[in-house]
Design a protein around this ligand. Sequence first.
Ligand SMILES: Nc1ncnc2c1ncn2[C@@H]1O[C@H](COP(=O)(O)OP(=O)(O)OP(=O)(O)O)[C@@H](O)[C@H]1O
Ligand SMILES: CC(C)(CO)[C@@H](O)C(=O)[O-]
Ligand code: BAL
Length: 286
Amino acid sequence: MQTVHDHDSLKNALTAMRADGASLALVPTMGALHAGHMALVEAAKQQADRVAVSIFVNPTQFGPNEDLDAYPRQLAEDSALLKEAGVDLLWAPTAEAMYPDGFETVIRVPDISLGLCGGSRPGHFDGVATVVCKLLNQIGPDIALFGEKDYQQLAIIRRMVRDLDMTPQIVGVSTVRDDDGLALSSRNAYLTPDERQRATTLPNAIREAIAAIEAGCEIAVALQLLIRRLSEADFDPIDYAEIRNADTLAPIMGEKIENGPIAARLLVAARLGKTRLIDNWPLMVP
Ligand SMILES: Nc1ncnc2c1ncn2[C@@H]1O[C@H](COP(=O)(O)OP(=O)(O)OP(=O)(O)O)[C@@H](O)[C@H]1O
Ligand SMILES: CC(C)(CO)[C@@H](O)C(=O)[O-]
Ligand code: BAL
């Protein structure tokens, strides 16, 4: 595996990797790799001849009071994992390489960024869309893979790529979970042992709400029960618990469904201690 930190080395590495006409997949990450990231790498290997992974803790997607400084950074361990997994290229740009002096362009995908994580993390998705656009331009992959755990992010990237006529195919990968159902996330490392146990309330409450809705319970009632269960497990604040159209992310809330059942997603974000957890699950709204 070749590891590069600057644009000239990246260009040379890509030219060599592409010389035989090989197809290329990109897996963008912020590092602190876990089995969720490695599932993206495995899916990438199935779908392309060569795999590139980027690791960049992107400052522009963190709000002023968020965890940019605390975010885990472990390039040596990450690099060993990627090498072991058969990754061909690790792109780990410096902040200066990504954002040179005078950098000012912003990519905004305004409607899909409204609400959900975009509501509780103002500006977050401008930072994500801009850096993903740059990563896709820098690497020029045939496909790029993203986790469904960050469902709104995936929808925003799909829309950006479509709107800007970008060529990579965007592939979504199912959420990888621990045995007890908690979605893997680099931020789970912030949880105390006690919080880690209580964190399972999040996927459990989501699945219960979905079972209730699919059995005919009113959406508003099921969401109230979900919020109550999270509060009882000391999640505070609960940033959102919403049901959205699975494709467009348009809200679905108590209106009469004319052409039901429709494919939807129940999405939740809530804080447990100092850790903000997100999760989402598919459902059919009858
Ligand atoms: N449990 C998971 N299953 C599948 N994909 C995942 C999972 N966790 C993260 N990913 C995906 O990996 C990519 C890189 O994510 P990132 O580096 O932010 O990791 P993370 O664990 O989501 O970290 P964070 O704690 O910041 O949310 C994203 O496309 C993300 O959706
Ligand atoms: C897509 C991404 C790598 C952009 O910084 C980040 O938001 C992430 O890790 O999900
Ligand atoms: N996994 C999404 C990146 C973030 O929360 O900033």
